[in-house]
Design a protein around this ligand. Sequence first.
Ligand code: NDP
Ligand code: 1BO
Length: 327
Amino acid sequence: MRTYSFDNGDTLPAIGLGTWLSAPGEVGAAVKEAIRVGYRHIDCAAIYGNEAEVGAALRECFAAGVVKREELWITSKLWNTAHAEDAVLPALKKTLADLGLDYLDLYLIHWPVALRPGVHMPRSGADMISLEELPLGATWRGMEAAADAGLARHIGVSNHSVKKLRGLLDGARRRPEVNQIELHPYLQQPAMLEFCAAENVHLTAYSPLGAGGRPDFFRGDEAEPVLLEETTLAAIAARHGATPAQVLIAWGVQRGTSVIPKSVKPRRIAENLAAGELTLSDADMAAIRELDRHRRYLQGNPWVIDGGPFTMETLWDEAPEALEAAR
Ligand code: NDP
Ligand code: 1BO
């Protein structure tokens, strides 16, 4: 399994298990199965509502001697209701208690979007707090304090544009080491890759298979293309005796990103990990490059509401043409 190294010598396994929408009663079994077949990287978040079950699964694995804590890379994310500087540490402590861990390997600001305390998902603009009122820099100071306290070995962000990331990098005492964003052949984000390579920020690719299970509130109005049904991927997969999902994962790894496909099905969990053994040719990579259409499956629509502080343009810091292409 390919790994990525950080300045302190820690290594991040290139393929991890996603846990968003992994249902109660299923997520624990998925985590145990993943660890059993060799995953050493699990992607979690407080908002997924399943960290306690993930934690119970981890404890079982430790107790049975299947894996040691220090052999795992566990990521979690700060929810949007805890962006105040002094709210970060309590939120992280809750996540650690749920996961039954003393520290995280990586803690991320989940979205560059702040919600009023107690608001799970916003229903009106009044539920949201603008970045002028609560700047990301304040949240970042809370993240730095979490790292200072040894509760997160690495800190970073998610869903941040180049502009927002640059703003944090400029004022940071500890640099964001990771940006976790949507990346797949329909949304290749070459400028983000170039920026992060120059700034030594690692990229993690979420929704690498096209987020087929995403909820309606993250879907666009119109019919959206299904990434796993893309014929170019099917042809490449057939040439390698692989599946389209494996091609997608191998593509992400070959671009130097870590990739976190979600599944609760044992056969797919194993299939997705085995993508680490697939090597795509230069011709395969070139053919996949042609598929880019700047298509977001998670357009961020829950954060763009009447009377709220964001438009699509200010959420993603993208010109209207790029956003139009993404629809
Ligand atoms: P993915 O692109 O990983 O797709 C998951 C869907 O694909 C599920 O419906 C799953 O179903 C199915 N699937 C999994 N493996 C295969 C396979 N081999 N063949 C066919 N279908 C398959 O979507 P996610 O949006 O879940 O992204 C992955 C992870 O990234 C999340 O779980 C989460 O951890 C993270 N994430 C982070 C975000 C952020 O804001 N930072 C946003 C979105 C995701 P089944 O389970 O039934 O196999
Ligand atoms: C609302 C959470 C999106 C997946 O991380």
